[in-house]
Design a protein around this ligand. Sequence first.
Ligand code: ADP
Length: 169
Amino acid sequence: CSNQSSNGIFLPHLIASLEQVDQTYIMVKPDGVQRGLVGEIITRFEKKGFKLTGLKLFKCSKDLAEEHYKDLKGKSFFPKLIDYITSGPVVCMAWEGVGVVASARKLIGSTDPLQAEPGTIRGDLAVQTGRNIVHGSDSPDNGKREIGLWFNEAELVHWTPAQAAWLRE
Ligand code: ADP
């Protein structure tokens, strides 16, 4: 068995505990909120089996939007992007799990909804890059950074879902 050490001791729970639990920041953008897609989007992450640790409806300031998207500051679409993100309420979410960052990006689909695969959120529910309804962090480090940007520590809840033992052996 591949989970055996050289002296034959069986190590499955040790291996499980060594798996990195990551956090990702997911946000339903103003178009997703206005189009009534909040429940649909939350459902995709819930059904997959990730753990929700933070959730709020929020109207963000220009400063926060600019800080969140600071890596895109030089892009021609940056001013439009900031107007879009601050144009109405967003739903901010923190999700946790092994592999959650990369998996959430797959569930969301490509930046351009017309290129996004059917079955993904953007592939199923959107048609244009400038109205692509949802954000997901692109790395574990950015997941931590963005959750810190959008949530206070007191808004994050550390809990064990009842289904945990049925999701991972
Ligand atoms: P993603 O959200 O898929 O990680 P990026 O980090 O490249 O994509 O871009 C952040 C967001 O900026 C996109 O989700 C989209 O809302 C917006 N955006 C990116 N490229 C364009 C573009 N060419 N025109 C308008 N908006 C854009």
